[in-house]
Design a protein around this ligand. Structure first.
Ligand code: AMP
Length: 402
């Protein structure tokens, strides 16, 4: 069974075609700058483990033209991996915000689209683009089932004490203000894999999943169910990120707006785009930050110290929430590649039963690997995330239920 996974943004479409017989990627790519003069498609085809890359540059008027290009690319003799688009059994769409309506992946029909649209206010940058991707796929793949897989669904098992904010209760009932959490597909995938890695069933394991990429979030997963997560109503909350501030005193927003004569929207943009690592040291890529820190840049050192400290604090608080912890799993760009960050987060945690093996931790880690010592009570692992595979698996599970 072949599943196409689509992640549609406002001016981009990321895709991956997977063969679920062996769960391998057949092709993947990204179409960017849709609607601008300098559009592009970067496509990779995988045959027997070999990767063949193609890049096209041309104007791509809209998502429909982008999706046409995608179909041509995956079916053409030169760049393709299938001969006809009808070989695709279903399309799995990443949808960012499912609100409280969606606790699991869902076959898309008119009512699903309406419910996704109702959540647009909670994810104005993402949900409308995700819907455009869905509508375009429905038009260009008539008769092929479409499934929505939500970033928020894994976190819907959080109890009210974890998802409610201490605000007037009507803010929850009228405005849907609560913690939703994001990166759910990644946390779900990694929580399952880490349970397997430590030889337990997901229902037997308590784990902390640490997703550190350009965006970052941490989840406490008790017996397979998320009980808390660091992102909030929006992806701005929680740990410090590439350019997002993470948790700050909520009074700061109003104070900055008054002092600098900025609107709420302008302050919000600063908190999302000019803060985090970038706000502290001017760079948002951890590789550049380490390089500058090694050359003595004090701000870069401070940024790394702040980042690793807040991650450590979240992990500590989830030990308290979970009671017992079997394993911690690092994932995503920084979690998988950055041994300095992993070491800084995990040192001085002997009191919690965490002992990192610095030799095992060394370097970039591209496959599942234990990085704690034999004696460490809590196992620490690097588990490379695979959100597309999780979306494809959820899509297959929905098809099988029909
Ligand atoms: P992601 O959002 O998961 O794609 O992660 C992207 C981020 O991972 C980048 O912004 C970098 O900060 C970080 N990253 C990627 N490769 C490395 C590396 N080799 N060392 C440190 N950080 C890395």
């Amino acid at each position: 069974m072949k599943i196409l996974v689509i992640n549609a943004g406002s001016s981009s479409i990321k895709y991956q075609l997977l063969d679920m017989a062996d769960q391998q990627i057949m092709a993947s790519g990204i179409i960017e700058r849709i609607g601008e003069p300098n559009g592009s498609l970067a496509h990779k085809k995988f045959i027997n483990g070999e990767e063949q890359k193609t890049v096209f540059e041309r104007t791509i008027k809209d998502h429909k033209e982008g999706m046409h290009l995608l179909i041509e690319t995956i079916t053409s003799a030169e760049t393709g991996v299938i001969s006809d688009k009808n070989e695709i059994s279903a399309i799995g769409h990443r949808v960012v915000q499912g609100g409280e309506a969606f606790r699991q992946a869902t076959l898309i029909d008119e009512s699903t689209k309406r419910a996704i649209e109702e959540n647009n206010v909670l994810a104005p940058l993402h949900n409308p683009a995700n819907l455009t991707g869905i509508r375009t796929a429905e038009e260009l793949f008539p008769g092929t089932p479409n499934v929505a897989v939500f970033d928020t669904e894994f976190h819907q098992t959080m109890p009210p004490k974890a998802f409610m904010y201490a605000l007037p209760y009507e803010f929850y009932t009228d405005l849907k203000i609560r913690r939703y959490g994001y990166h759910g597909t990644s946390h779900k995938y990694v929580a399952k894999r880490i349970a397997k890695a430590i030889d337990k069933r997901p229902e037997e394991a308590n784990v902390i999943t640490v997703h550190l990429g350009n965006g970052g979030s941490i989840s406490a997963v008790q017996q397979g169910k998320c009980i808390d997560t660091s992102m909030g109503m929006t992806p701005l909350a929680g740990v410090m990120m590439g350019s997002r501030c993470g948790d700050i005193d909520p009074a700061i927003s109003g104070y900055v707006a008054d002092q600098k004569n900025l609107s709420a929207g302008e302050v919000d943009a600063i908190l999302n785009k000019e803060s985090g690592l970038k706000g502290i040291c001017g760079m948002n890529d951890m590789r550049d930050i380490h390089e500058s820190a090694a050359q003595g840049d004090e701000r870069a050192k401070l940024a790394v110290d702040m980042f690793t400290y807040v991650v450590k604090k979240y992990i500590g608080s989830y030990f308290a929430a979970l009671g017992t912890v079997d394993a911690i799993a690092f994932t995503a760009g920084i979690g998988e590649n950055d041994d300095i960050v992993r070491a800084a987060v995990c040192t001085n945690m002997q009191g919690l039963g965490v002992e990192i093996d610095l030799a095992a931790n060394e370097g970039r880690i591209s496959s599942e690997k234990r990085i704690s010592t034999e004696d460490s009570k809590v196992q620490v692992w690097v588990i490379p995330t695979n959100e597309e595979l999780q979306i494809a698996k959820d899509t297959v599970a929905i098809l099988e239920k029909q």
